[in-house]
Ligand binder design. Structure first.
Ligand SMILES: [Zn+2]
Length: 78
C-alpha cells in the first residue's frame, strides 16, 4: 500500500516543524502524524533535512560561504 499525498501536510506539517502552532494544533498534528504514514515519512524527511542544514550550514560553514553557494546555485554555472 502506497501512502497517498495528504492535504494535512502543507497545513499542519510546516507549522509543526517550525513550532508555529498553538497547543491544540500541535496536538492535532501529533495525532495526525501518528495515524498518517505519508505525513510521518514527510515529517521525518523534513526534520532530518532541517537538522542537516542547520548543522552543516551553521556550524561548518562560514556565513560568507553559504551566500557564495546560494549564488552559484542561482547562476546555474555548470
Ligand atoms: Zn497526513
Amino acid at each position: 500500500m502506497t501512502p497517498e499525498p495528504c492535504d494535512k501536510c502543507e497545513e499542519l506539517l510546516q507549522g509543526y516543524l517550525d513550532r508555529e502552532l498553538g497547543d491544540a494544533e500541535m496536538r492535532e498534528a501529533e495525532v495526525h502524524l501518528d495515524g498518517c504514514d505519508y505525513c510521518r515519512r514527510r515529517y521525518r524527511f523534513e526534520s532530518n533535512l532541517r537538522m542537516y542544514v542547520r548543522t552543516t550550514a551553521a556550524e561548518r560553514m562560514p556565513p560568507g560561504l553559504i551566500e557564495k553557494l546560494a549564488e552559484l546555485r542561482s547562476t546555474g554555472a555548470a
